[in-house]
Design a protein around this ligand. Structure first.
Ligand SMILES: *Cc1c(COP(=O)(O)O)cnc(C)c1O
Length: 419
């Protein structure tokens, strides 16, 4: 079932017409479907049932909205967090500290300390020195830090370079060939319960072969570590599954991924941990926007919408594709460029795209905007911070306010020597 669907010629989210949200909340606005989030969470969980003992930690950087986190907590998901701010969000949403994994290549000493104080379930170490600091902090606090060592398996995930994380030149993890010696040194530190290893090789992966190759390398490492006398109880296999952004995209089905995991990890005798982000959130949201003008162009007309690169950065950052559909399509089509109002050529969502014919004042959506959408928004060009709405059946709520340009201005000061 598609939670964004046409009913009597107009686009709805579940049982709420998008036109009503545009009217009452204004545009641009992100609209999320609670039903879609729940379905994705369940499909992913069921897909991994053949893999046995698993812990699911939603990668909250994909969509950290508090209401979304609450909803996923109710589905039994823990959280993968990459900053102190994300940790605070996960805790505020009611995700138990024990279910939180603290990842990130630049955790500060203050963040590690806060994580220990909160009783975070697991720290994913990115370098040896981090483990040394964490162990010292734990001893000072009289606690034990549960941790795993993130390794870089040196595989090419075959995704966009800016979201590839598992090649040896990337900043993430420790080189897998150096991991055994490092693991031995860290495992000897009092205060640290080093219980396993972690990987995460990239995002928006369509092909699971690189994941399977990485898992095979992890398996050899786990065997070596056990042979050296270490107790390995947890292996974190990261996230990275892709979603469909445009016609012809064929992402891996969660069920096929689950079957591969079950095959690749048979006999590992460890709790498997997963950090799905995009696969849970991507198709659970759209960015609802209003056409300001259709500007004649030299080659194609420009559809100028009221959403811009500051609201949805993915096209500018990764040349990403988001389908663009009219909320009330007439049946006519047009070939156009689609751009926002920001004063940068990079503020372009599509060039020479065949889309629903629209005119000034019409509503439209950018699809598959639930992941890495609102969370990457900025106020560039002194634009408001885009609001978020969650639909659940026939009700909806604004789950993040529009932060106006005036509110942002009010946080700025002119020093007295310039007054
Ligand atoms: C970003 C990230 C994820 C989530 O990636 P998706 O592609 O959204 O599933 C998981 N783990 C870590 C460590 C990450 O940095």
């Amino acid at each position: 079932m598609d939670h964004f669907h046409y009913r009597d010629g107009a686009l709805w989210c579940e049982d709420v017409p998008l036109a009503r949200i545009a009217e009452e909340v204004g545009t641009p606005v992100y609209v999320y479907s609670a039903g879609a989030f729940r379905r994705h969470a369940r499909v992913f969980r069921e897909a991994l049932e053949p893999a046995g003992d698993v812990h699911l930690a939603y990668a909250i950087k994909a969509n950290p909205n508090l209401a979304v986190l609450r909803l996923l907590a109710a589905e039994g998901y823990g959280a993968d967090v990459v900053s102190g701010g994300e940790m605070a969000r996960a805790l505020a949403a009611g995700i138990p500290a024990a279910g939180i994994v603290f990842s990130g290549v630049g955790k500060t000493e203050a963040e590690l300390a806060r994580g220990l104080d909160a009783g975070i379930g697991q720290f994913n170490l990115e370098l040896e020195e981090e483990g040394v600091v964490l162990a010292r902090l734990a001893r000072e606090k009289g606690v034990t830090a549960r941790a795993v060592l993130r390794v870089n398996p040196d595989v090419d995930a075959g995704t966009h370079a800016k979201i590839s994380t598992g090649k040896r030149e990337n900043k993430f993890g420790v080189p897998i060939d150096q991991a055994p010696a490092m693991f031995a040194r860290l495992a000897a530190l009092p205060g640290l319960d080093l219980r396993g290893v972690a990987i995460h090789i990239g995002s928006q992966l369509f092909d699971i072969a690189p994941l399977e190759a990485a898992y095979a390398r992890v398996k050899r490492l786990v065997d070596d570590l056990r042979a050296a006398g270490h107790r390995i109880t947890h292996v974190d296999l990261g996230g990275g599954l892709g979603v469909r952004y445009k016609a012809g995209d064929v992402p891996t089905e969660p069920a096929d991924y689950g079957a591969m995991v079950a095959r690749a990890t048979r006999g590992w005798d460890a709790t498997l941990m997963f950090e799905p982000g995009r696969v849970i959130a991507g198709n659970a949201g759209v960015l609802l926007t209003r056409v300001i003008w259709v500007k004649p162009g030299v080659v194609h007309p420009y559809i100028i919408v009221d959403a811009a690169m500051n609201d949805l950065a993915r096209p500018a950052l990764y040349d990403a594709w988001h389908d663009f559909d009219a909320v009330v399509p007439t049946g006519d089509r047009m070939t156009a460029n689609i751009a926002g109002p920001v004063c940068e050529t990079g503020d372009t969502f599509a060039m020479a795209r065949e889309v629903d014919a629209v005119k000034g004042g019409d509503l439209a959506v950018f699809r598959t905007a639930g992941a890495y959408g609102a969370t990457m928004a900025s106020t560039y060009n002194s634009r408001a911070l885009v609001p978020e709405v969650l639909v659940d059946g026939d009700r909806y709520a604004v789950v993040a306010d529009r932060i106006s340009a005036e509110t942002i201005l009010a946080a700025e000061r002119v020093p007295e020597w310039l007054a």
